[in-house]
Ligand binder design. Structure first.
Ligand SMILES: CC(C)(COP(=O)(O)OP(=O)(O)OC[C@H]1O[C@@H](n2cnc3c(N)ncnc32)[C@H](O)[C@@H]1OP(=O)(O)O)[C@@H](O)C(=O)NCCC(=O)NCCS
Length: 310
């Protein structure tokens, strides 16, 4: 019977053949609880379940359930039958090892291009609510500014405008993905924006007749420094955390203009690429980001509450 190490080796060899942008390996959680099972024809598969809690008041509570069960599948070369067997075993495991409440979720992060596993995840009730998408570091083509819109770098004095725009994005995202607009969202967003505006991270603001109408809040991430936190190749990346255009001026080219500046600055900085998360059910961003050159790398599959796993 294949060992977990052998299954991992086969799994990453398969990932490399599926998608050259995937990292060579990914660290498993040190404190995961193991699940071992077999496919119908006797192939061994395994997984590790990590439990995380996001208490009220934590930044993560804005985009995750308060109790998260994340499965790290180790299915080797059996993406469909292996994932199917493992998800069935996980359901039994949950019934005996945990009693998840209403604010809980089961999540699996898996290569977007692995459609055999997609079938198994869909069959077990998982929804593709978020994906990590990547773009090569190519400069963007120049886009004409629309009307009287001016784009500039934001600084600490723009805190109120940045918070207001990022809260508008959260309100929108809460309808189309995993995010939740919790009562403490204004405070949490303010703290995060304050930190970013006092750092070297680039934030751009678009103004129309001097009034802020859009923001692109970005950052720099060296994935080599914390390889377990990112499912990306090691190196310096640009991270697009939040882009928000005021509702009444959406669809007029401001988002494109902001991202032209951002992508050109990323290219000048010499990053190996840029990445972001978007919600496939978002009718604006699911069109906007692929047109900006992004494509899915990892899909974040989720069922909420955790007891909805079938
Ligand atoms: C996604 C978003 C940032 C894009 O910014 P934007 O300024 O609206 O985008 P642009 O106008 O530059 O381009 C949008 C494209 O959709 C088209 N579009 C058509 N109708 C539209 C509408 N009602 N609203 C938005 N875009 C529309 C535009 O014509 C354009 O297509 P094109 O590239 O063929 O010209 C913005 O719509 C937004 O803030 N959405 C809500 C929050 C959100 O989803 N943020 C992203 C989270 S990942």
């Amino acid at each position: 019977m294949a060992t977990a190490q052998e299954l991992m080796r086969l799994q990453f060899a398969r990932f490399a053949a599926l998608d050259p942008q995937l990292p060579d390996t990914h660290h498993l959680p040190s404190s995961g609880e193991p699940i071992v099972t077999q496919t119908l024809d006797g192939g061994a598969v395994a997984g590790l379940v990590a439990r995380n809690s996001n208490p009220p008041g934590s930044a993560q509570s804005l985009w995750q359930a308060s109790e998260v069960f994340e499965l790290f599948p180790i299915v080797g070369e059996q993406p469909q039958a292996g994932m199917d067997a493992l998800l069935r075993a996980w359901r039994e495991w949950l019934a005996t090892h945990a009693s998840p409440g209403p604010n809980s979720s089961c999540t699996v992060v898996w290569p977007s291009r692995d459609i055999a596993a997609t079938r198994a995840l869909l069959d077990h009730g998982f929804l593709p609510l978020s994906c990590l998408a990547v773009r090569p570091p190519t400069p963007a083509e120049y886009t004409e500014l629309s009307g009287t819109v001016k784009v500039r770098r934001a600084g600490p004095a723009d805190l109120d405008a940045v918070v207001e725009l990022t809260l508008a994005e959260l309100e929108y995202a809460a309808l189309v993905g995993t995010s939740t607009y919790r009562p403490d969202a204004p405070r949490l967003k303010r703290t995060a924006a304050h930190v970013r505006l006092h750092s070297s991270d680039p934030v751009w603001l678009a103004e129309q007749d001097g009034t802020p109408v859009a923001v692109a809040e970005c950052g720099w991430v060296d994935t080599a420094k914390s390889p377990s936190s990112y499912r990306l190749r090691a190196g310096m990346w640009a991270y697009v955390n939040c882009v928000s255009v005021q509702e009444k001026v959406r669809g007029t080219g401001i988002g494109r203009q902001l991202m032209t500046l951002a992508h050109n600055e990323f290219a000048r900085a010499g990053v190996i690429g840029s990445f972001l998360y978007y919600n496939p059910p978002n009718p604006l961003s699911s069109v906007f980001w692929p047109r900006q050159g992004y494509r899915p790398l990892w899909t974040m599959w989720e069922v909420r509450p955790a007891t909805a796993l079938r």
